[in-house]
Write a protein that binds this ligand. Sequence first.
Ligand code: NBP
Length: 475
Amino acid sequence: ARAQIGVTGLAVMGSNIARNFARHGYTVALHNRSIGKTDALLAEHGGDGDFVRTETVEEFVAALEKPRRVLIMVKAGDATDAVIEELAAAMEPGDIIIDGGNALYTDTIRREAAMKARGLNFVGAGISGGEEGALNGPAIMPGGPKESYESLGPLLESIAAQVDGVPCCTHIGPDGSGHFVKMVHNGIEYADMQLIGEAYNLFRDALGFDAKQIADVFTQWNSGDLESYLVEITAEVLNQVDAKTGQPLVDVIVDAAEQKGTGRWTVKSALDLGIPVTGIAEAVFARALSGSRTQRAAAKGLASGVLGEKPTDVAEFTEAIRQALYASKIVAYAQGFDQIAAGSAEYNWDLHPGDLATIWRGGCIIRARFLNRIKEAYEADPSLPSLILAPYFREAIETAIDSWRRVVVVATQLGIPVPAFASSLSYYDGLRAERLPAALTQGQRDFFGAHTYERIDAEGKYHTLWSGDRSEVQA
Ligand code: NBP
């Protein structure tokens, strides 16, 4: 037994991570359900480092030094359970099983408990960065028992992306916490992409820019506060010309967005936790609306009721869109971090938001200059009630607020959908409101369901005898 790490599941993600380990000097045992992928990896990239080819699970496990460390990179769901079961049967107490797939965190909680009962360490690790990240340095979010991180951490940290000499990998917390934060990361990614999409839509439909002009704006934005992987690739996608038609590629792609489910998971979890992640939810629903092709085709002739003219102050409006994007992005991240705090409290995970901002600075899809500001905000005050209240973000929104409102107003007047810009602004207005209409909601609830209400001027719960003499009683 000489391999320090084993990887099972050698599709695109698994094979790239195995190569990443090998390139960092580790001996890597390889396993895949069907031997074809193992042999293809060895044939094409065997030169990347020291690999051990294995065919059966028994051979695979026997190839590993103790405590054994096995990274599972198979399809999430039943396949993961099947592989865990096979491995667990062949492994010994103290060994470590890492699930690097996109597991639902509640599955990870269940699996960790089952493995613990058998003396095995189970680590649910969120891995972000796609194929390219897997090979050259992903962001890694490992949960599970703290002890297992002592043996596993150095390996994961060495293959992770590095920013300013800091690895984009840290122990997140117990059981499902790694997959939970990876899920919220993906939710934030949805919101970020939707906001960029709304900015693009405004350039196209309010300012009449073509794809190339919009690409130039995003390229320019990528050298400022908005610098990020998603803004960078937005410019690349917009610059791509379709070989077949000579048109910008974006103009020949069908405008129906698909999704694999992590955004939906984030919103479902947020609903259970009672956290308003409106930016993420709007992004998930906007994809769903785009995909409602039959309804959209039938709705094409509906009245637009456009009011007002398109903006003529192109430079100012461009800057206003940038401000609206930045402010809405702050809201989306603030909401995502609220969900993380709520998950942490619900499951007793003791998560550190500043650590997450630190490891998301590189490797992952939402990597951005902005995350340095989030890291600093949590360093200055680890118990910030909302990211929006950190001095830096508070000021950024103060600077952006007029532009943000103008963009939402202009979009609304022109009939251009901006669900995430508008709902982020409404969230902000709701958060800072002196008084919300929820008092009326409480009155209605008390009326039809005797659900009671609190008073602003006295302790306790009260009920009005709505169907009696309408006097108030203490509940
Ligand atoms: P896939 O998600 O396409 O899974 C393919 C792998 O699963 C193959 O190795 C396949 O073996 C194996 N597998 C299946 Br399917 N059923 C199995 C079973 N019952 N028993 C054993 N092995 C089984 O691969 P991927 O796109 O590389 O993703 C791997 C994991 O990483 C997934 O959980 C994914 O969600 C996650 N992830 C992906 C990305 C990304 O950008 N693609 C990013 C981050 C995380 P076979 O070769 O024998 O069919």
